[in-house]
Write a protein that binds this ligand. Structure first.
Ligand SMILES: Nc1ncnc2c1ncn2[C@@H]1O[C@H](COP(=O)(O)OP(=O)(O)OP(=O)(O)O)[C@@H](O)[C@H]1O
Ligand SMILES: [Mg+2]
Length: 372
């Protein structure tokens, strides 16, 4: 593929994809068994790549898998419309069928205006629905009605699902969604997103709208042995040699963050001659930090001094006890009440995440950047 050896920052497939065997199996059986799923991981660990692989594997005449990204949706109606049009277009075999179904299921829609010439490949169709509750629930019922009409099962995969927690009247809408979805007999949902904290806030406790709605999968990092096979082969094909130990060093440096593993490998690959040296790896790490610096600057430009200090504390390796007197004094965080508030604001910005009550930076390279 374009002579590139490693790919990062966008979904990957084929020779650029490794492992995910257990997750693939579990998703395949959920999709086939009609079990809805939540899939969570920090950003760029490989959610979209995994889902797209599973989609290809299970897609059949009886089971239609639809993929929709709701990142740009700002309100319930936009969400309902985006999901409905994705289902309409991706289950239709030709444009005429799409139009006919859209008209028969959604009635007074305004199809002419934004219909792209190639609806089957476009996820962005605007159906021109009005912002009232009847239109919203009508649009949300489209997947089930299509499934019944075509006598198929449908899985709707919704990327960036955490977006719905930012809608106006978010809670009421979430409850409505759940009610409608759980009555659908022929449709299941695979909901995924990278904002762990926001995703969890949808299903974590009793009162939450999606409590016990779905099987929850936390994506893990890809283990060393898979990376070793994958990376060794990539170098070998180009006539270069990298040792298993060097690969381990690369993976450890980026804490097994999938996208950064491939990105760092790419810089090391560019830098190296026949045999990878320690210097090549160090140059690669510098390049990785340098390339990502503008991004980290954007993420941190509006942070308060307290938010920066707390981030620095985590970057320095403090993962718990941030409210202890010692840490508060050392990082000038004032009080434990302040730590709680600052922590919450950083969680909301997705700059940190918690795992087993311990706090981590969402981005491992940002940690290296902060320590400088
Ligand atoms: N199974 C995999 N094997 C090898 N590399 C992978 C794999 N999955 C992801 N990656 C690496 O991670 C990068 C990001 O993958 P992907 O876009 O699927 O992640 P994501 O979790 O959906 O990201 P985002 O949070 O931005 O939506 C890929 O470009 C690739 O470098
Ligand atoms: Mg993604």
């Amino acid at each position: 593929m374009n002579g590139q050896t490693f790919i990062f920052g966008k979904p990957v497939e084929g020779e650029f994809f490794t492992d995910r065997e257990a997750e693939t199996k579990r998703l395949v059986s959920n999709f086939k068994g009609g079990i809805s799923t939540f899939l969570l991981s920090p950003r760029r660990w490989g959610k979209t790549s995994l889902i797209q692989k599973v989609m290809k594997e299970v897609q059949s005449d009886y089971l239609k898998v639809v993929f929709v990204d709701v990142f740009k949706c700002k309100s319930p109606i936009e969400f309902a419309e985006t999901v409905a049009s994705a289902v309409l277009s991706q289950t239709a075999s030709k444009t005429e069928e799409f139009i006919e179904n859209a008209k028969s299921f959604l009635g007074r829609i305004n199809l002419g205006v934004n219909l792209s010439p190639d609806p089957l490949s476009s996820f962005d169709l605007k159906l021109g629905l009005s912002d009232d509750n009847a239109d919203i629930s009508n649009a949300l019922s489209v997947p089930e009605r299509i499934a019944s009409k075509k006598n198929v099962k449908i899985v709707v995969c919704i990327d960036e699902f955490q977006q719905i927690s930012e809608f106006p009247e978010a809670i009421a809408f979430q409850k409505e969604l759940r009610t409608i979805w759980q009555h659908q007999k022929n449709v299941t949902y695979c909901l995924f997103g990278s904002k762990k904290h926001m995703m969890e806030s949808l299903f974590n406790t009793n009162e939450k709208a999606f409590f016990k709605f779905a099987d929850i999968i936390y994506l893990k990092t890809i283990p060393l042995n898979y990376w070793q096979d994958f990376i060794t082969r990539k170098f070998e094909i180009a006539g270069k040699r990298i040792t298993p130990h060097q690969i381990e060093q690369i993976c450890e440096t980026v804490q097994y963050h999938s996208s950064y593993v491939q990105q760092l490998c790419w810089y090391v690959f560019l830098e190296s001659s026949d045999e990878v040296t320690t210097d090549d790896i160090n140059v690669g790490i510098e390049e990785l930090i340098c390339q990502n610096t503008p991004l980290f600057e954007t993420w941190t430009e509006n942070l308060s001094a307290y938010q920066m200090r707390l981030l620095t504390a985590v970057a320095d390796g403090i993962h718990d006890g941030l409210s202890s007197a010692d840490v508060i004094r050392r990082y000038r965080l004032v009080s434990s009440a302040n730590v709680v508030a600052v922590k919450k604001s950083l969680l909301d910005r997705n700059l940190i995440y918690t795992d087993d009550k311990r706090i981590y930076l969402t981005d491992p390279i940002m940690g290296m950047w902060l320590r400088r």
